[in-house]
Design a protein around this ligand. Structure first.
Ligand SMILES: [Zn+2]
Ligand SMILES: [Zn+2]
Length: 384
């Protein structure tokens, strides 16, 4: 258990979600263990006994998340309500409390996956492994980031940015991740054997996480090789795909494996439509932010343009499409494949970005990076 706790503490630091020395993780095996000593432990041990969980995570987030979350949680806010799809389908809303008290923490964590303690940090839990707590924590950071930048864009357009909001925006802007000028070279295809395919898929997933184009739990990767689609499993960590890639025959309408990514049918559709073989899907932040921003003042769906906007929208050349869960007319598997034809990528409203390439992941990875960079440029261009 101790090794697992240390693993996820290190992952939080390398993902830029917390500073070294801050993550506090507890895990219950035969007995309760912590990754380090901390004065918060007695309170958290009471939380453990009040919930049926096996792990807890408590940490102060690193910048820019720290300032952003402090800002969103300021005043008499009782919860934060982000509108991106990760939050809507996964977290619902993000409760906020004032005091670091076990009874209040337990009350919130009974109903939600996280609680934000004002000025102190984020608490999340897991029932199976500390990995869940890590996933929930990174989702809170992602959602708050997207909400803050979305709100700022909306408010600045209306000329309604507050002094405090402006101050936090400056801090956040200073702490944005630096994009690499040189995308890494991935294994080049076409691949000679299945082992190479597995290695290439795992490598593409790992680099997508390392370049912070997705939180490790979300996103997916696939590659068609021969008559088989090799696709990441639905609950896998994208940076640890070894052993979590499902081979699915291309000639079925569905994958026989129940573990294959929930976006399996969208991947199949894209391959059939475009003739490409490699697909990458991440949740890069500014692609998500730009996709939720409808500039049409009198849009018929004003207020819900992040889910269902009747406007045909693009970020420069890249289309934005609806992509609801399921197989309805606005479901991913119906909107995405045709939009991908002739595009270097497609952004799904409030959700993320899909890119494709022919024989290996190099083109898809370059496009993922360059579209996200373009979305960030467009964001700051709109502000000017
Ligand atoms: Zn996704
Ligand atoms: Zn709209």
């Amino acid at each position: 258990m101790k090794r697992l706790l240390e693993k996820y503490s290190a992952k939080m630091v390398s993902a830029g979600l917390a500073e070294t020395g801050y993550p506090l993780l507890g895990g219950l095996d035969a007995e309760l263990e912590w990754n380090r000593e901390d004065p918060a432990i007695p309170v958290l041990e009471r939380v453990f006994s009040g919930l049926s969980i096996n792990s807890l995570l408590f940490s102060f987030p690193a910048e820019p998340y720290r300032s952003i979350i402090d800002f969103l949680a300021s005043g008499d806010v009782n919860f934060i309500q982000p509108e991106d799809s990760e939050t809507r389908t996964f977290m619902h809303d993000l409760p906020v409390i004032r005091d670091f008290r076990s009874d209040m923490i337990i009350e919130k964590l009974r109903k939600r996956k996280s609680v934000i303690v004002k000025g102190k940090g984020i608490i999340t839990w897991g029932t199976v492994s500390p990995e869940q707590a890590f996933i929930f924590y990174s989702s809170v950071c992602f959602a708050c980031f997207v909400k803050f930048f979305s709100d700022y864009l909306r408010d600045s357009r209306k000329g309604e940015v507050s002094v405090e909001q402006e101050r936090v925006f400056r801090i956040a802007q200073k702490n944005l991740e630096q994009y690499t000028d040189k995308p890494p070279l991935l294994m080049s295809g076409p691949y000679r054997n299945r082992e190479d395919v597995y290695r290439a898929v795992a490598e593409a997933g790992r680099l997508t996480v390392e370049h912070r184009l997705v939180d490790s739990f979300f996103g997916n990767v696939s590659l068609r090789w021969g008559d088989t689609l090799f696709i990441s499993q639905t609950t896998s960590s994208l940076d640890e795909l070894e052993g979590c890639i499902d081979p699915c025959p291309m000639n079925g309408s569905a994958c026989t494996s129940i573990t294959a990514s929930s976006e399996f049918s969208a991947h199949m559709g894209i391959l059939r439509h475009t003739g490409m073989n490699a697909i990458l899907h991440g949740h890069p932040k500014f692609s998500v932010i730009m996709s939720m921003d409808c500039r049409r003042e009198n849009c018929a769906s004003r207020g819900s343009c992040h889910i269902r906007c009747p406007e045909e929208r693009f970020v420069r050349d890249v289309p934005i499409v609806p992509g609801e869960v399921g197989t309805g007319p606005f479901g991913l598997c119906n909107t995405l494949p045709s939009a991908m034809e002739g595009s270097r990528g497609v952004i799904v409203w409030g959700h993320g970005l899909f890119t494709v390439s022919l024989d290996d992941f190099n083109g898809a990875f370059r496009n993922l990076l360059s579209i996200e960079r373009m979305c960030r440029e467009e964001y700051f261009r709109f502000l000017d």
